[in-house]
Design a protein around this ligand. Structure first.
Ligand code: FAD
Length: 331
């Protein structure tokens, strides 16, 4: 659809076990800015049982919340059922902009919604703007982060996914007034696939960790990784990794930090034997305090580090561990 009979900004609010994913509040933050610029309303769609705190989405900036209600069906991450219900809503309310979080689920859902609506989708945007024609400019890195592509669509709705931790969360305002519209499901089963069980590694949560101790290709075996794990546990943090280490199979991709992994902003990031390639920096350069350990004094990671330790991590990390243990230090 190219003519402008579409109006408003809609964000998809992801939930799991009735807990709203924080990327939804970040989408509402950016969505508020875009809707103010266009002069239109901001809505959210959430799918799940009655108990979901849809009101929270209003406190976080939504003027309207479309709550597609079903007690059980949205408990499983069944993209096909989610897609049909969201597409039906979008066809009804015709938002000019639809935003999804680029979470694992959002990345799988948004292209299906876009395909059914016969519109375009820009994935993993790092910024969104409105131009003088009131069109959405979708900005994302391209060619391994060497350029920032500005993408504009002539087709409505204009759709984009946005990475978690890219935008500020919309602050909570309990005086904000809005409307919650409950909608019955249009589809509760699909004939193509059946989601039997969701298997996820809940123990890895690099994205929300306050401290991340990350290892690079300098780690040669699963046994060598133990000192990184020990340091992370001592500091109450998580283990991160460069893509080069993930590719060796020593650690799973859930730990990967960077352009094609997790984008994170911990309070403290400790890079152990990581060179600091642009694609790695893209995922961690916003961290509060960056500590880098590398035996090459010219390693690019030192350009973004607040504290640089030049030396062999196989000596330095055990020394840090003993110092913390012997002095009962904490972060
Ligand atoms: P290396 O570059 O090999 O660096 C190892 C470092 O360890 C060196 O600096 C070395 O001096 C140091 N070292 C070695 N031994 C020791 C020791 N004993 N003590 C101390 N220091 C030591 N990379 C990511 O990390 N995340 C991504 O999401 C990502 N996405 C990508 C997407 C694309 C499209 C492309 C093209 C690349 C991507 N990469 C990503 C890969 C990236 O370009 C680098 O290849 C990768 O980050 C290098 O990982 P590394 O620093 O661990 O390894």
């Amino acid at each position: 659809m190219t003519e402008k009979n579409y109006n408003g900004v809609l964000i998809f609010a992801e939930q799991k076990n009735n807990i709203i994913h924080k990327v939804s509040y970040e989408l509402l933050g950016k969505g508020s800015e875009l809707s103010r610029k266009i002069g239109c309303s901001l809505s959210a769609v959430i799918l799940g049982p009655e108990e979901i705190e849809a009101q929270e989405l209003i406190y976080r900036g939504a003027d309207k919340v479309y709550h597609i209600v079903d007690t059980t069906v949205f408990n499983k991450p069944d993209e096909l059922i989610y897609t049909e219900n969201i597409v039906s809503l979008i066809k009804n309310i015709k938002p000019e902009i639809c935003l999804f979080g680029a979470t694992a689920f959002g990345r799988s859902l948004a292209p299906r919604v876009a395909a059914l609506l016969e519109t375009g989708l820009t994935a993993d945007c790092t910024d969104l703007k409105i131009d003088d024609d009131m069109k959405l400019i979708q900005i994302r890195p391209a060619f391994s982060e060497n350029i920032l592509a500005h993408i504009k669509s002539d087709i409505y709705p204009q759709m984009a996914t946005v990475r978690y931790k890219e935008f500020e969360e919309k602050k909570r305002d309990t005086d904000k007034i809005g409307e919650i519209i409950k909608i019955p499901t249009v589809k509760t089963s699909n004939d193509l696939i059946e989601v039997l069980e969701e298997i996820s590694n809940n123990s890895v949560n690099v994205q929300d960790a306050k401290v991340v101790v990350a290892a690079g290709a300098s780690v040669k075996s699963a046994e060598d990784l133990n000192m990184i794990k020990e340091l992370a546990v001592m500091l109450g943090g998580e283990v991160g990794a460069s893509r080069a280490l993930v590719e060796t199979g020593i650690i799973s991709k859930d730990h990967q930090v960077g352009y094609s992994g997790n984008r994170i902003k911990p309070t403290v990031y400790i890079a152990c034997g990581i060179s600091g390639a642009p694609q790695h920096l893209a995922g961690m350069k916003e961290s509060g305090v960056i500590i880098a350990i590398n035996n090459d004094p010219s390693a690019p990671i030192f350009n973004v580090a607040d504290y640089s330790i030049v030396g062999d991590m196989y000596k330095i990390i055990p020394e840090i561990i003993s110092a913390i243990r012997n002095n009962n230090l904490t972060i």
